[in-house]
Ligand binder design. Structure first.
Ligand code: PXP
Length: 239
C-alpha cells in the first residue's frame, strides 16, 4: 500500500497573492493529516515566495505524521534545517526564475557537495531524500552519496503528450523504481501527478510514497467552491 504526502506550498501561494494571513498552510497541514495523509511537505525557497520560516517553525511544532522539508542544498537553508530538524529533508535543485522545480538533482556533477550535506543532515538525525530524474546513474550516485530515499521526478511523464512519449517516460520511472528498490533505497515519486495520470502507477509496487500538491489543492478549490458560495449566499441573503 503506497502512502501519500501532501505539499502545502500552494496554500501559501494563495495566501501570498494577498499578503495576508489566510489561507494558512499550517491549518491545511492539519486537515491533510486528519484526512489520512502520511506526511506534510513544504518547500522553503531561497526567495521565500510561498512558505515562510514562520510556516516551517509552526509545521515542526504541529505536524504529527512526518515533516518533509524540500530545499536546495545551500548553506543558509542547511542551517535552517539543522535548527528546525524536520523528519526528512528532500534536496532539490532550485532556479530563482522557475515557477516550480524543473528537474532532478545532478548528483554525479555535485557528488562531493551532496555527500557532505547529506552527512551533516544525517548526523543531526534528519533523513535525506534526493529528488532525481529517473536515470540509473543518478540513482547509483544517490546511493553512493548517502541518500536514504530517492524521490523520482515524474514531471516529464506528467507533461508528456503523445501516448508513445507517455509510455516511454513511464517506463523510465518503472525501471528507476525497480533499481532503487534493488539498491535498498526507499523510493518515492512526485511532481505533476494528478487524479488521472497517477492511475498507471498501480503497476509499480516499488514506489512507497507519493508527494502531491498542486492537483489536490486545485481539486479542493473546485469541490469546495459550491459550499463556500452557498455559505456566503446564506449570509448575505439575511441582510
Ligand atoms: N516533489 C517535489 C520535489 C516538488 O518540488 C514538488 C513541487 O513542489 C512536488 C513533489 C509536488 O508536485 P505537484 O505540486 O506538481 O504535485
Amino acid at each position: 500500500m503506497a502512502l501519500l504526502s501532501i505539499n502545502v506550498d500552494h496554500i501559501a501561494t494563495i495566501r501570498e497573492a494577498r499578503g495576508i494571513n489566510e489561507p494558512d498552510p499550517v491549518l491545511a497541514a492539519g486537515i491533510a493529516e486528519l484526512a489520512g495523509a502520511e506526511g506534510i511537505i513544504c518547500h522553503l525557497r531561497e526567495d521565500r515566495r510561498h512558505i515562510k520560516n514562520r510556516d516551517l517553525e509552526l509545521l515542526k511544532k504541529t505536524v504529527k505524521t512526518k515533516l518533509n522539508l524540500e530545499m536546495s542544498p545551500v548553506k543558509t537553508l542547511i542551517d535552517t534545517a539543522l535548527t528546525i530538524k524536520p523528519d526528512l529533508v528532500t534536496l532539490v535543485p532550485e532556479r530563482r526564475e522557475e515557477v516550480t522545480t524543473e528537474s532532478g538533482l545532478d548528483v554525479a556533477g555535485n557528488k562531493k557537495e551532496y555527500t557532505s550535506v547529506t552527512g551533516t543532515l544525517k548526523e543531526a538525525g534528519i533523513s535525506v531524500s534526493f529528488f532525481i530524474d529517473p536515470d540509473p546513474d543518478q540513482i547509483q550516485e544517490s546511493l553512493d552519496a548517502g541518500a536514504d530515499i530517492i524521490e523520482i521526478h515524474t514531471g516529464f511523464y506528467s507533461e508528456a503528450v503523445s501516448e508513445a512519449e507517455i509510455l516511454r517516460e513511464f517506463e523510465k520511472i518503472h525501471e528507476a523504481a525497480k533499481l532503487g528498490s534493488q539498491l535498498k533505497l526507499k523510493v518515492h515519486a512526485g511532481h505533476g501527478l494528478n487524479y488521472v495520470n497517477i492511475k498507471r502507477f498501480s503497476s509499480i509496487p516499488e514506489i512507497e510514497e507519493y508527494s502531491i500538491g498542486h492537483s489536490i489543492i486545485a481539486r479542493a478549490v473546485m469541490v469546495g467552491l459550491d459550499q463556500a458560495i452557498r455559505e456566503m449566499i446564506n449570509l448575505v441573503s439575511q441582510f
